[in-house]
Write a protein that binds this ligand. Structure first.
Ligand code: AMP
Ligand code: MG
Length: 487
């Protein structure tokens, strides 16, 4: 297998990870290879799908240049600190440079036990592996920063959860797997030297411009805050609920990572929760911005020793950076929703106009995706679809009147506005019932619906005749009420 690895994480001090090879499986089978991603990474799809490639993707063979390791990290899970988590079922094979010189981690997930596995078996099963595949690739199709999925491989071995299930391994590609929890791990151990190594590493790898600042670690914090704020704003723009925004699931590079019980909303309501383990709605749709800020405060705390040698000054500086989050987030959210509403320049009443629409949608239990898509038609004077989505309420036509008044201030042809809006309001999202149906069939051996759904989601902006069924919200009997971690 000819993958050119160029590893940097493995050069960090040995307490950052445990060297550990993936555990071999009995009978690897290629379920899905992401050809276009392979090509983007400069890898050869034919080689990856050959028997020797399959052996690598299954963890049965460690290619030359790979330095397999399990990363150490901690994390706040549902608000409670766990000083040691770490890769309990994942192995970082190494890093590759794509043809543009961009660096990516190649990680196997579900690749067997590591010293961080605690009571877990280190494995994953096919359902959640394909779920992560489909949702992460859809996120990419929507233009939102995310880890990606290079391959899904079946292991030929059973995994025992509530029942016996088919085992699988996902190959995940990420700008890096450093998390807020990686910083927390060393902060909890009062290991200032490791924190400095980690901060230097992250600055070099993700935020080199911070180096130029008079306080590079404070600049790093500010940059991560800005990226997370933009990421969460983009999630809100497509109705995405991450579901487990624990600090170990928050990427320092600002990518969406760890697709567990995540979901895209059908009916809009800010209180929406799907995750079976989120009993108090900590990670509800509308709670994601304050939770992101809370998570970033954990990062800020971990960086304190690097921000200023005087503890009080360090707190003041870090707190000022954290206090900027709401403003940065709100700006990003407004930019996102302004585009969704077809508004060009910023206007003082825009936030109220956006929020009035969202309130009207919540009151009408309107479908999030289809309402915004129908608004694109309204930009060309076709109001019916939009009004129908909102239950033909008086509030809907009032709002439409306000919106029309607002857009009339901007000289742009209706058709051009509609075209611009259609570039930011997707036709299709991975609706839970569609994903669930595709996964059920895939697990029983028929991958066609999975492939079709993937293809549809790869270009979510266009109207296509065959995508019509994928636009439909679930019928009452199809509604998925709960999603699961799948661990
Ligand atoms: P997650 O819920 O996937 O973010 O994982 C939280 C922690 O549990 C991480 O340290 C994982 O490595 C670990 N973990 C999750 N599932 C398993 C498993 N099946 N075996 C071992 N460790 C696991
Ligand atoms: Mg995780």
């Amino acid at each position: 297998m000819n993958i050119v690895f160029e590893n940097t994480y493995a050069r960090l001090p040995s307490r950052f990870y445990v060297r550990q090879a993936p555990v071999a499986v009995t009978a690897p089978g290629l379920v899905k290879l992401n050809h276009s991603l392979a090509v983007e990474l400069g890898l050869e799809p034919d080689l990856l799908s050959s028997p020797s490639g399959l052996a690598v993707l299954a963890g049965n063979s460690v290619p030359d240049g790979a330095e397999p390791l399990a990363m150490a990290y901690a994390g706040h899970q549902f608000g409670g600190f766990v000083p040691q988590l770490g890769d309990g079922r994942a192995i970082l094979l190494g890093e590759v440079l794509d043809p543009r010189g961009e660096r990516f981690d190649i990680q196997l997930k579900g690749s067997g036990q590591t010293p961080f596995s605690r009571a877990g078996d280190g494995r994953a099963w096919l359902g959640p592996v394909l779920r992560e595949y489909i949702v992460s690739e859809s996120m990419h199709g929507l233009g939102i920063p995310t880890t990606r999925s290079l391959a899904a491989v079946s292991t030929g071995e059973p995994v025992y959860r509530e029942s016996e299930l088919p085992g699988a391994v996902l190959t995940r590609v990420a700008r890096s797997h450093v998390r807020i929890g990686t910083f927390e791990y060393f902060f909890a151990r009062e290991d200032a030297e490791a924190l400095r190594h980690l901060a230097d590493y992250v600055i070099d790898r993700h935020y080199p411009e911070s180096r130029l600042d008079e306080n590079p670690c404070l600049a790093l914090l500010r940059s991560v805050i800005a990226r997370q704020a933009h990421l969460v704003a983009q999630w809100l723009g497509v109705g995405f609920i991450h579901g487990v925004m624990n600090t170990d699931n928050m990427s320092i590079a600002g990518e969406t990572i760890d697709y567990g019980p995540c979901a895209f909303m059908d009916t809009y309501h800010p209180g929406t929760v799907y995750s079976s383990i989120d009993r108090n709605g900590r990670y509800a749709f509308g709670n994601q911005p304050p939770i992101a800020q809370w998570n970033l405060s954990r990062l800020a705390q971990s960086l304190l020793p690097l921000i200023d040698e005087d503890p009080d000054r360090a707190v003041d500086k870090a707190q000022a950076a954290i206090d900027d989050f709401p403003g940065i987030f709100e700006q990003a959210r407004l930019d996102c929703f302004r585009a969704k509403l077809g508004l060009g320049k910023a206007h003082s009443g825009d936030a109220e106009l956006v929020d009035a629409l969202l309130r009207t949608m919540a009151d009408a239990s309107a479908d999030f995706t289809n309402t915004f898509r129908a608004l694109c038609d309204a930009a060309e004077g076709l109001n019916d679809g939009f009004c129908t989505e909102l239950g033909n309420s008086a509030a809907a036509s009032d709002w439409l009147g306000r919106w029309r008044e607002r857009i009339d201030h901007e000289a742009i042809q209706p058709a051009d506005r509609a075209t611009q809006m259609r570039r930011v309001n997707p036709v299709v999202i991975p609706r839970n019932h569609r994903v669930a149906a595709a996964l059920d069939t895939a697990v029983s051996g028929d991958l066609d619906p999975f492939e079709e759904l993937l293809q549809i989601l790869a270009s979510p902006w266009g109207e296509r005749p065959h995508s019509s069924v994928y636009r439909l919200p679930p019928e009452p009997h199809e509604v998925v009420h709960q999603t699961f971690c799948g661990t």
